[in-house]
Design a protein around this ligand. Sequence first.
Ligand code: ADP
Ligand code: MG
Length: 214
Amino acid sequence: MGSVSANELILDDLAEWLRRYAQIIDENKTYLTELDSAIGDADHGANMARGTAAVVATLDQAQSIDALLKKAGMTLVSTVGGTSGPLYGTLLMKMGMAAGNVVSLYPDQFGKAFRAGIEGVIARGKTELEDKTMIDALLPSIDAFDAAVADGAGLHDAIESAQQAAAAGRDATIPMVARKGRASYLGERSAGHLDPGAASATYLWDALADVTGA
Ligand code: ADP
Ligand code: MG
């Protein structure tokens, strides 16, 4: 379990986070592919399972948080076939760059780094809220995390707030008409389905909650 008592995330916690994320993706790959079969090309589960399994193989090499996240991000870019690979890759690479050459992060530093990653996805994907993408889960989640930390919440509670906000953002994609990605080709017919990337993005917080015992 993580270093919750110290109220910070250390290098090992972040490696454990990505390990747990890979596990959750693997357990849910059929579900993710089902979601993608409704409004995409039925490969999101396979894409993410392939990419996150490759990431797990890189985790023991890193000596710092930036190295860990940059390597993980580059691995996603090179192993995930779909649009989601470069986007999740950008998320982790930008997060690593923002975190810097350190071996632990306080909650506010983690929030800042994660937000830099999300801003990287927004820039690369030219996305905004309500485009029916992973951003609809990610942006509210980091807002909730930062708000909880600013309110004086500990790591555990801030992660729980983010997890709930991500799930709410994910579920809010159901009625949306997609404006980005393959789902946008369907126009109005994309409404009524949960976005697969919003589902896989929510697992990031589920994994972190598991690892930190939140
Ligand atoms: P592909 O669409 O190439 O098959 P995936 O199926 O792996 O790739 O991923 C699809 C997910 O990627 C979507 O559900 C959506 O959340 C996300 N996505 C697609 N385009 C964008 C974008 N421009 N910005 C952010 N997320 C996007
Ligand atoms: Mg797809």
